[in-house]
Design a protein around this ligand. Structure first.
Ligand SMILES: [Zn+2]
Length: 462
């Protein structure tokens, strides 16, 4: 809710470096930010104006860098309970190993997993999160609602992507039949999720996206109908695409074409679509994404963990494709943090063909902020520090042991050790203070996650 009355309280942050990540990449070596209500009132060099009224808080940012809050564009919260398993497998083997356990999740487990996933990201500077949930065992409760509840309690901005799978093994898909829904049930529940939860208002804390899981777990009919549904409702579309060589082979064998051509044939390219991974993309695939303004969620750690390959991020950026960063589910990226993905995106892309010219530290920061906001369809409101945008901002502590000898604060943030978060604001409201979450009990979340992980292991093993 925007607060624009004359008496709306102000928070002032000053004496810090500021990387706005606006269109020009404006930075201030010594700058300030004024927050009023849930919006940014001003950002600029030097101190905030001295005569501001209703300043309820003044933060001394000495030794810190202020950036937009980080935006996560791909995740599966429920995987928080199945971390560290199938440690040496590629995507398909890893999925086949984990599906039977995932098919036993319930609402209580997903709530604990969502709290763990969200807490981990929020503590590391994420202000806008997303969850792609696609496993809905019969009678397991309100799994989408569990993630939504957790995000609301934590106080982070959230996109809940209602996923689905309807292509079981007997239809040539990868998941076992017991882990999939019927096409009709998936579509009905997805429409219901949009109607119940999607809030399109300015400053919204909750969006819903339509998100069938992947070409190898979803029927062609579900893909087509999901695209029609999303456009009828005016919400975004998300799925996994071009993640592995095995997926590419699967698409050629089953559909007689590669993943991107298959997506195009089902209505799945467009500026309202973003896809996770986009690793195995030909020049023609990249051109098709660019032509249609389809976005990509780059997940460097997950791609490395599952030996999927190196996404062509420099080529996608050069073509004008919106690219954000994603943690991906924590069964394939156990750390669950996004701020470390800034560094990993830069390092992994430098192992690709563009070598030292692949990504700069400032491009890495842009991927994790403005780029993420673009692919979630929220760049008009968040992802950069500009007047009238939402006050989603992070103050990183860079004067400690890990960073104090690095002169360039953006290089310190991207290349250095994971930086502590002194303050994180979502819509002007503090979520992290002094490195600790203020909206929830971190230790309680850790305990509950352990309890529910044990419960899942017990049920799945029996
Ligand atoms: Zn994923």
């Amino acid at each position: 809710m925007a607060q624009h009355s004359d008496a709306a309280p102000r928070t002032v942050i000053e004496r810090c470096s500021v990387a706005t990540v606006d269109g020009q990449g404006t930075e201030y070596a010594d700058g300030h930010l004024v927050v009023r209500g849930d919006r940014i009132e001003s950002v600029g060099p030097g101190r905030a104006p001295a005569d501001l009224e209703h300043v309820t808080r003044r933060v001394d940012g000495t030794g810190h860098l202020l950036t937009p809050g980080l935006v996560n564009t791909h995740h599966h919260f429920y995987q928080w309970l199945t971390r560290g398993l199938a440690q040496d497998a590629n995507l398909f083997d890893w999925l086949v190993a984990l599906y039977p356990t995932w098919a036993r999740i319930d609402e209580e487990m997903v709530y604990a997993a969502a709290r763990g996933s969200l807490a981990m990201m929020a503590r590391g500077g994420v202000t806008c999160a997303m969850d792609h949930h696609y496993v809905f065992p019969r009678g397991s409760g309100d799994l989408l609602g569990a993630g939504i509840r957790a995000a609301r309690e934590l106080g982070v901005r959230f996109t809940a992507a209602r996923g689905s799978m309807d292509r079981g093994a007997s239809d040539g898909g990868l998941p076992p039949d017991f882990a999939v829904e019927s096409t009709e049930a998936a579509l009905r529940a997805t429409e219901e999720a949009v109607d119940t939860h999607h809030d399109p208002s300015s400053g919204s804390m909750l969006h819903v996206a339509v998100a069938p899981c992947s070409p190898f777990s979803v029927s062609t009919e579900l893909l087509r109908e999901a695209a029609v549904l999303a456009r009828r409702k005016g919400v975004r579309l998300h799925t996994h695409g071009s993640e592995t060589a095995e997926e590419e082979k699967f698409c050629h064998e089953l559909f007689g074409m590669g993943p991107t051509d298959y997506f195009e044939s089902t209505g799945w390219l467009g500026e309202d679509v973003w896809m996770a991974h986009c690793v195995h993309m030909t020049d023609a695939d990249i051109a098709a994404f660019a032509r249609t303004r389809t976005g990509a969620a780059h997940c460097p750690s997950s791609n490395a963990r599952l030996a999927a390959g190196v996404a062509r991020v420099p080529d996608m950026l050069a073509a004008g494709i919106p690219v954000g960063l994603g943690v991906d589910g924590t069964a394939s990226n156990e750390s669950g943090e996004l701020h470390t993905e800034l560094r990993n995106a830069l390092l992994i892309n430098r192992l690709g063909p563009h070598r030292e010219r692949a990504l700069t530290v400032r491009q890495a920061l842009r991927l994790g902020t403005h780029g993420g906001a673009q692919v979630l369809g929220r760049a008009a409101e968040t992802g950069s520090l500009e007047p009238d945008k939402l006050a989603d901002a992070v103050l990183w502590k860079l004067d400690g042991l890990g960073h104090s000898s690095i002169a360039d604060p953006v290089a310190a943030l991207v290349l250095g050790a994971p930086a502590p978060v002194t303050l994180s604001l979502v819509g002007g409201r503090p979520v992290v203070e002094g490195g600790r979450l203020v909206t929830v009990d971190e230790d309680g979340i850790a305990r509950d996650a352990r309890t529910q992980a044990d419960r899942l292991a017990r049920i799945a093993g029996s």
